[in-house]
Ligand binder design. Structure first.
Ligand code: AGP
Length: 606
C-alpha cells in the first residue's frame, strides 16, 4: 500500500511530485523518494527514510527545473526501512517505483543472475533489473517481457533514461488512476494526488500500458499495443475534503464529519420514509432470493459486519456469517448461487477483500459491495455496489467510514426485511425514523468530547486495556479495541463479557482499565454482573450506558452515558465515544494520530 505519482507537463515536477506524495502519505510513510529528468535530460534521484516533509527539505536545495518525474511513499513489504530500500529503484537505464508484491522475485533474481547486483532487499529492484535486461530501446516490448515474467501484484511507474519527458505505467491488482489536465499528464495510486488538478480521471485498466507525455495520456492494450480509451469518471470531492480544514488531525475532522456523512449516505436512499436502493441499481430480487448472507471484509469494515450480523439474523431469520477476508479467500466456504455475499471496504482496494470477492463470484454467489471510493477495484468488480458518501477518509484509523458502512448495512437490512415480509411498511418507516434519531445523538457525543478526553489519563499508562460487552455491545467493543490499539499502541482486546470468567479474567488486576459497554436493555443486568466481576478484581471501570441508567459509584469509576436511542441504534453514538477515547489516548501519548507506526490506510498487499 505505497503511494505512487507520475507527472509530465509544464509545471515544476519536483514540487508537484512532493506535493502529490504529501497527499498520498497516508498510504505508507516509512520512506519516500522522487526521480526526475533534469534540465539536461538526465534522470536525477532523491530518496530517503522518513516522511515526505524531510524529502521536501532535501529537494528544495536542488538546483534546476524539471518537468517529468515519478514519486513514491513506502510501506515496507520486502526489506527494512532504509535509504537503499526506499523507492525509486534504478537498474541501467531504468528508474522505477512499485506498489505491490512480486511474488517470484527470488526466482527472477536467480534467473537473471542478480545476486551480486542488488543494492536493496526489495522485490521492486529485481523488477527494475529484469526490465533493464529486456530494454533494447523499446519501452513497450520491455514492459511486456517484465509483465510476462512477474507473478503477484504491481503498479509500476517507469522512467527510461533515454526517453525524457515520458512516464510509463502498468498495473495488476494494485490501483492506478490517471488524467490529462491543464497542468499536464498525471498518474497516481489514488485520487488525492489528482484532485488539485482535475475532477475527471480514469482508472487505469488492469494490464494496460500507459504512456504519459507533456501533451497526452495514452493507454494501450498489452498484447497488440492497440490504443484504448478508458471510461472517464468524475469525482465530487474537493481539495478541502482532503485537507484538515483547521482540525489538528484528520482523524478528529473525520469524527466530526460523521453526522454529515450519515445524512449524505442515508437521506438520498429514502422515498416516502421507506428504504429505496433503486437508484443504486440494487434489485429487490437480490434480497428476496438469497437463503443466506455472507459478509466478508477486513479490520474496521469487518467489525461493521459483526454489528450488522447481530441485527440481521434476529430480524431476517436467515443465516448471516461474517468472515475475515484473508481467511475467507483460502477456505471452501459453504456458499452458492443463493448466497448474498456483502463485501465491505472503505478504500475498495484491500487486496484480501478483492480476492475474497473473486472467490465468492467463483462459487456463483451474488456480490454486493459497500464502498466509499468511487470507481475503486471492488466497486468495479462487484455485481452490485452501494456507495457510502463519507468523502475521502485520510486518517489511517477509520471512523466515518465505519459509521456509514453501518448506515448502509442498516438500510440493506431494512430493505431486506421489507421485501421478505419481515417488516410492514409502517415498521420499516418507524425503523428508519428511529435510525435517523441517531444523528443528533452522534452530534451530542461529539459536543461532549471533553468527557472522553478526561478518561484517557486512566488508560494511557496501562500496557493493556479490555473492552467488554454482550451481544451488540460486544460487536461494538471489537471496533473500540482496534481503534485504541492501532493509534495508542496499548494492547487492547475486546471480550464477550460473559466469556471473561472462562480464563481472560485472570488478566484483570488492580487498575487495569476495562471499558464496559452496556447499552442493551434486555441484557443490562447480566452485563452489570460482569462489570462487578472485573471491579471486584481491581479493574478501573469506564462504563458506557444509555442515559437514565442508575449505576452505583462503587461499580464504575467513570460513567459515560449516551442518549437513550433504541438498543439496535446505540452503535452510532457509541462509535463516537470509542473513537474519541482512542483519539485522545493517542494524543495523550504524543503519538502520530493520523499515521500510526507500521500501518497504512489501504492494504493493497497480502
Ligand atoms: C481501521 O481503522 C484500519 N485502518 C483497517 O483495519 C481498515 O479498516 C482495513 O484495512 C480495511 O480497509 P478497507 O475498508 O479500505 O478495506
Amino acid at each position: 500500500m505505497c503511494g505512487i505519482i507520475g507527472y509530465s507537463g509544464p509545471l515544476e515536477a519536483k514540487r508537484l511530485l512532493i506535493e502529490g506524495l504529501a497527499g498520498l502519505e497516508y498510504r505508507g510513510y516509512d520512506s519516500a523518494g522522487i526521480a526526475f529528468f533534469d534540465t539536461v535530460s538526465q534522470v536525477r534521484l532523491v530518496k530517503q527514510v522518513g516522511k515526505v516533509a524531510a524529502l521536501k527539505e532535501t529537494c528544495e536545495k536542488l538546483q534546476g527545473s524539471s518537468h517529468c518525474g515519478i514519486g513514491h511513499t513506502r510501506w515496507a513489504t520486502h526489506g527494512g526501512v532504509t535509504n537503499a530500500n526506499a523507492h525509486p529503484h534504478q537498474a541501467g537505464r531504468i528508474t522505477l517505483i512499485h506498489n505491490g508484491i512480486i511474488e517470484n522475485y527470488h526466482q527472477l533474481t536467480e534467473e537473471f543472475g542478480l545476486q551480486d547486483k542488488l543494492v536493496s532487499q526489495t522485490d521492486s529492484e529485481v523488477a527494475a533489473h529484469v526490465l533493464d535486461h529486456f530494454y533494447k530501446d523499446d519501452p513497450f516490448t520491455a514492459i511486456q517481457e517484465l509483465v510476462r515474467r512477474s507473478e503477484g501484484s504491481y503498479a509500476f511507474c517507469i522512467l527510461f533514461a533515454d526517453r525524457p519527458g515520458e512516464v510509463y505505467a502498468i498495473r495488476k491488482t494494485s490501483p492506478l488512476v490517471a488524467a490529462y489536465t491543464h497542468s499536464g499528464a498525471l498518474i497516481a495510486s489514488d485520487l488525492t494526488a489528482l484532485i488539485p488538478y482535475t475532477h475527471s480521471y480514469f482508472v487505469v485498466p488492469e494490464g494496460e500500458l500507459v504512456r504519459l507525455t507533456p501533451y497526452k495520456v495514452q493507454t494501450y492494450r498489452l498484447d497488440d499495443l492497440s490504443k484504448t480509451q478508458p471510461e472517464t469518471m468524475t469525482v465530487n470531492w474537493n481539495m478541502d475534503a482532503a485537507m484538515k480544514n483547521g482540525f489538528p488531525h484528520f482523524m478528529l475532522k473525520e469524527i466530526h464529519e460523521q453526522p454529515e456523512a450519515m445524512k449524505n449516505t442515508v437521506l438520498p436512499r429514502l422515498s416516502k420514509g421507506l428504504p429505496d436502493l433503486s437508484e443504486d441499481g440494487i434489485p429487490d430480487a437480490l434480497f428476496l432470493s438469497c437463503s443466506q448472507v455472507h459478509i466478508v471484509a477486513c479490520g474496521t469494515a469487518m467489525h461493521a459486519g459483526m454489528v450488522a450480523r447481530t441485527i440481521m439474523e434476529p430480524l431476517l431469520r436467515i443465516p448471516v456469517t461474517v468472515t475475515i477476508a484473508s481467511e475467507f479467500r483460502y477456505q471452501q466456504p459453504l456458499i452458492d448461487e443463493d448466497t448474498l455475499v456483502i463485501v465491505i471496504s472503505q478504500s475498495g482496494e484491500t487486496v484480501d477483500t478483492i480476492a475474497a470477492m473473486g472467490l465468492a463470484k467463483a462459487y456463483g454467489s451474488k456480490t454486493l459491495a459497500i464502498v466509499n471510493v468511487k470507481g475503486s477495484t471492488i466497486a468495479r468488480e462487484s455485481q452490485y455496489v452501494l456507495y457510502t458518501h463519507a468523502g475521502p477518509e485520510i486518517a489511517v484509523a477509520s471512523t466515518k467510514a465505519y459509521s456509514v458502512q453501518l448506515a448502509a448495512l442498516y438500510l440493506i437490512t431494512c430493505r431486506m426485511a421489507l421485501v421478505r415480509g419481515r417488516y410492514t411498511n409502517e415498521q420499516a418507516v418507524t425503523f428508519l425514523q428511529e435510525f435517523l434519531d441517531v444523528i443528533p445523538a452522534m452530534e451530542d457525543m461529539i459536543r461532549r468530547k471533553d468527557e472522553m478526553k478526561a478518561v484517557v489519563s486512566h488508560i494511557i499508562n496501562s500496557p493493556d486495556a479490555f473492552f467488554i460487552g454482550r451481544g451488540l455491545d460486544y460487536a461494538f467493543s471489537l471496533e473500540g479495541a482496534l481503534k485504541l490499539k492501532e493509534i495508542s499502541y496499548i494492547h487492547s482486546e475486546a471480550y464477550a463479557a460473559g466469556e471473561l470468567k472462562h480464563g481472560t479474567i485472570a488478566l484483570i488486576s488492580d487498575k487495569v482499565p476495562v471499558i464496559a459497554i452496556a447499552t442493551q436493555d434486555d441484557i443490562f443486568a447480566k452485563s452489570m454482573s460482569n462489570v462487578r466481576e472485573v471491579k471486584a478484581r481491581g479493574a478501573f471501570v469506564i462504563l458506557v450506558t444509555k442515559e437514565g441508567k442508575d449505576v452505583s459509584a462503587d461499580l464504575a469509576d467513570v460513567h459515560i452515558t449516551i442518549p437513550a436511542v433504541q438498543d439496535i441504534f446505540t452503535v452510532f453514538p457509541i462509535a463516537v465515544v470509542l473513537q474519541l477515547i482512542a483519539y485522545y489516548a493517542s494524543l495523550g501519548k504524543g503519538l502520530d494520530v493520523d499515521q500510526p507506526r507500521n500501518l497504512a490506510k489501504s492494504v493493497t498487499v497480502e
